[in-house]
Design a protein around this ligand. Sequence first.
Ligand SMILES: [Zn+2]
Length: 379
Amino acid sequence: MELGDNRKTSNRLREFATTLFESTGGVVESVEDDLIEVLLPKELEERFGTDFLIALDPEIVPEVPSAQLLNYGSALLDDLIAFTEEQGTVSRVYLTGIHLDDSRIKQNLKRTLRFEGSDIQIRRIKVKLFKYLLFTFKIRYTTDEREEEFISVGVNMENGQIARRLINVVSDPGRYSQENYLICPEAESISVYQAYGIAQKEVERKMIASINYHKTAMEKVIHQESTRISKFYQDNDTELQQRIEKENVRRETHVDWTADEHRKSEARIQTLLSKRQVNEIERKRRLKEMLDKYTLRTNVRLINLLEIAYPKMVNTVAVVENGDKKSAGESLRVTTTIIWDPVTQSPEPLICSKCLKLTTTLKLVRPSKDDTQLVCGKC
Ligand SMILES: [Zn+2]
């Protein structure tokens, strides 16, 4: 289990480094498992050195002391991320036509979010700039034929969630601009690298259907081809065996043969035996060749990265328990943050404090001794 996770991590880091260096004109080659060599364009040699070796497994470093380790928390990973940002390969756009209207914010929030047994009071509204990263991957499926597919994945940089609706919005160039018309503080963000990991997992998930489709089609072809190949070499072998048997029968029946005739017969049998061996070697070679040809290989490459930013309203909201009989001091209350998204014209779901799932139904509870919590309808 742990080994599998390490492998996934090192694959992810390998792809990250490959994508990064190839996008700057470098060439990345595998020296061995978990050791890659990067041939850099002249202008980058100064920064990373010539003969730049990257180890993806700490155990390689003692064996290859000139290699630099790339794993979580390594100085090299920080350096690569800083480098990506300097490169400016990420282009940034701002959504336009955003209306930030707070006049009916309370009703608007309550239209989508249900507060069971309680009501809300808006305490404060701030406008903040929220960022998304839109990753576009090119996926190549190779068997005896080549097929390509593009998959775009948007990641909300504030919470790391997949932003499905955003792709439709940014497919319309009239909806964004290079210029930011509404200057406001930025909301907190996860790192580009974290977002890359999230996007990659989503791509893998989306690829499953295509992979299964190709695999099923290829399994059929492989089955037919291997039957055909096996039959061909089996027939050859049967024929050779029959000839050997015939030769043996001749030797047994011809008691009058001279020593020379026996030697010649023996030689013929030896030739037929070596032909059988060659036939077997050929059968294996043809099968392997056929499997190599029809086995599905996938290749995923990040080809474009777009940062999309737009402002949202960050509302500080008090959720207060209903109850006429209780005095204000006794009723349960929690202060929370609810984000209003002007693009979807809806509030973002909240996270249940108990099960940590996203929810649009909320209620107040007070576990004994603990502070009051805002939980989902099921908790
Ligand atoms: Zn819950």
